[in-house]
Structures are given as structure tokens and as C-alpha cells.
Design a protein around this ligand. Structure first.
Ligand code: GTP
Ligand code: MG
Length: 309
């Protein structure tokens, strides 16, 4: 676990937290009571912070109820209630990163649309597991985009982690098969499979992904143990349709949210948690290998709505 302020998440949420927190300050700060217009204003602000219409509506309805019921209509009390409601939505998706052990190799397949940060997240994960004393291998199953294999090999060299590859244009499922065999032969703790960026309209690439999953499962029953969809927080509500589309081809076990630093509108995590019961084991807050943080609902909400920092 980490504290919001200590983790860097707090400051790196950037614009998300600044605009929402400033708005909330205006709404809640020093107010004796909130009227209907204030609640509408709050709902708009949550939508603008990318929490999605459904989640924003639900949260504000609950605040209205609570304000009536508990007579907690003053700004400070409602702000505390808002935080409680957001944490309640987010808590179910907060799960610890898997600790591979009995299942060797523990196989993680990374999927997602183009450019969201899959390969970088694979590298961050490799670093995470390696620094905990586990042996890690990577599979270069993005055989579609030119230079994708080299990109992963470059990370492998930097992190001193073996990369199983066949090169550009090879059959991704064949690479996955090779990598599974190699990981078993070398008794690796973790195998992380990078894959090509694809959209749901790329029928061939979606079918290829299904084949990768089948082949991996044939080498080791139960694998891949995790299929994580990497999403870019900057894609806003599009993230929701990405989850829906990929879920039709593969059984997702979690969502990796990247680029929460900079200009990302991090509220999308609330929309994701409200709509799907998928784990969010960690979030990406930068381009470096250390910029992977376990997702902590309370710390995240604090970072989102705190007025200063
Ligand atoms: N600021 C920031 N940049 C990130 C983060 N994660 C990845 N990036 C950057 O996003 C860009 C794309 O990252 P990749 O890891 O290559 O993305 P990908 O999904 O593998 O891309 P394709 O394989 O082309 O589909 C790179 O410039 C990364 O450095 C993050 O958490 N924060
Ligand atoms: Mg990639």
C-alpha cells in the first residue's frame, strides 16, 4: 500500500485533480448548505472529470439522499460523503498484484488498442517481478507492427530479462507457444506476453488473439492466468467500449490504466469500476519502469478531490 502524497500519484494526476479539486473547493468550501443547482453543478463536474454519466449520477443521487437523511448539507460533510461514495465504487476493483508462486510459469497476456502503453507496462511489470526476486521472461507476440519486437528486446536488455521472439511477420501464436515451452524449460516464475495493438474492427488480429490464448492454454492448463487490457486514461469514455470489445474475444481479468500523469482525466477509473467488475491491480503514472503503482482506492480518491498538494 502507498499513501497518495508519498507515492507521486498525488502530484502526477495533474490536470485531473487540479480542475476537479478546484471546482469542489468552490462548491464545498465554507458553504453552509447546498441547493439543487449545486448538486447539478457537482454532477457536471464529475462528468467533466471523466467519471461517466452513470457513475456521476449515482454518486450525486446518493449525496442528495444523504444530505436529506443525515442533514449533512454543509460543504465539509458533503465533501466527506463524496469521498466515501467514490471509494465505495472503487474499492471492489482494488486488488493486489498477483504473487506468482505455485503456478509456474505465471502467465500474463497484455492486450489493448494501439499506443496505449502495453509494451511499457509489460516492461514495468517485468521490473516489478524481477526486483522481487522472481525470474521473468517476455514473449514478443507483437509481430505485426514494424520495430515492435526490437522495442521489447531493448527493454529485455535494459532489464536483463530474456525475450522470446521470432521477428516481424511471424505467427504470434507460434511465438507464444515457443515462449511457453521456454518458460517451462527454464522454470521461469513469470512469463509476460506482449501483443500487437488492435481495434475490434481488425477481425484478423482479434482472431489471432484468441489463437494466442488457445495455444498458451494448450501448453499449460489454466494459462494465461491473467489477461490484462491496457487502457490510456486519456482516452476517456472510449475506455469503456474498449473493455466491452476486447471482452468479446478474450476473458479479461483486469485493466491496467496508464498515463494517469500529465493531462489524463483519471476519473475514468470511477466509470470503469462502476460498470465492470474487473480488477485494477495497478496504474501507470509515467514512462519509467518505476512508474507503476498498486491501485489504492482511498489514496486515489484523496488525490482526485484534495484541494491542495
Ligand atoms: N506519460 C506516460 N506515458 C506512457 C505511460 N505508459 C506508456 N507511455 C508512453 O506511451 C507511448 C506508447 O507506449 P507503448 O508501450 O509503446 O504502447 P503500446 O500499447 O505497446 O503501443 P503499440 O504496441 O504500438 O500498440 C510511449 O511513448 C510510452 O513511453 C504512462 O503511464 N505515462
Ligand atoms: Mg507495443
Amino acid at each position: 500500500m502507498f499513501s497518495a502524497r508519498g507515492s507521486g500519484l498525488f502530484s502526477r494526476l495533474g490536470k485531473t485533480r487540479k480542475s476537479l479539486a478546484d471546482g469542489l473547493k468552490g462548491l464545498f468550501g465554507g458553504r453552509a448548505t447546498l441547493d439543487e443547482e449545486d448538486f447539478d453543478d457537482l454532477e457536471d463536474r464529475l462528468v467533466m472529470a471523466d467519471m461517466g454519466a452513470a457513475a456521476s449520477h449515482r454518486v450525486v443521487e446518493r449525496l442528495r439522499d444523504a444530505a436529506r437523511r443525515e442533514k449533512a448539507a454543509d460543504g465539509a460533510a458533503l465533501k466527506a460523503l463524496l469521498e466515501r461514495e467514490l471509494v465505495e465504487i472503487l474499492r471492489p476493483v482494488q486488488v493486489p498484484l498477483p504473487a506468482p508462486g505455485s503456478r509456474r510459469p505465471y502467465v500474463i497476456l497484455m492486450v489493448g488498442v494501439n499506443g496505449v502503453g502495453k509494451t511499457t507496462t509489460v516492461a514495468k511489470l517485468a521490473h516489478h517481478f524481477k526486483s522481487r526476486g522472481l525470474t521473468v521472461m517476455l514473449a514478443a507476440c507483437d509481430t505485426f507492427r514494424a520495430a515492435a519486437v526490437e522495442q521489447l528486446q531493448h527493454w529485455g536488455e535494459r532489464l536483463d530479462v530474456p525475450v522470446i521472439a521470432q521477428g516481424h511477420g511471424a505467427d504470434a501464436a507460434a511465438v507464444a507457444h515457443d515462449a511457453m515451452q521456454a518458460a517451462k524449460a527454464r522454470d521461469a516464475d513469470v512469463l509476460i506476453i506482449d501483443s500487437a495493438g488492435r481495434q475490434h474492427v481488425n477481425a484478423d488480429l482479434m482472431a489471432q488473439l484468441e489463437k494466442v490464448v488457445r495455444v498458451v492454454g494448450r501448453v499449460e492448463a489454466g494459462a494465461p492466468h491473467d489477461v490484462w487490457l491496457t487502457v490510456d486514461a486519456g482516452n476517456g469514455q472510449n475506455v469503456l467500449s474498449q473493455i466491452e470489445h476486447f471482452s468479446r474475444s478474450v476473458s479479461l481479468t483486469g485493466v491496467c490504466v496508464t498515463k494517469l500523469d500529465g493531462t489524463a482525466r483519471g476519473g475514468v477509473l470511477v466509470a470503469v469500476a462502476e460498470r465492470f467488475s474487473l480488477a485494477v491491480p495497478f496504474v501507470g503514472i509515467g514512462e519509467g519502469v518505476e512508474d507503476l503503482k498498486p491501485f489504492d482506492a482511498a489514496a486515489f480518491v484523496e488525490a482526485l478531490v484534495a484541494p491542495d498538494g
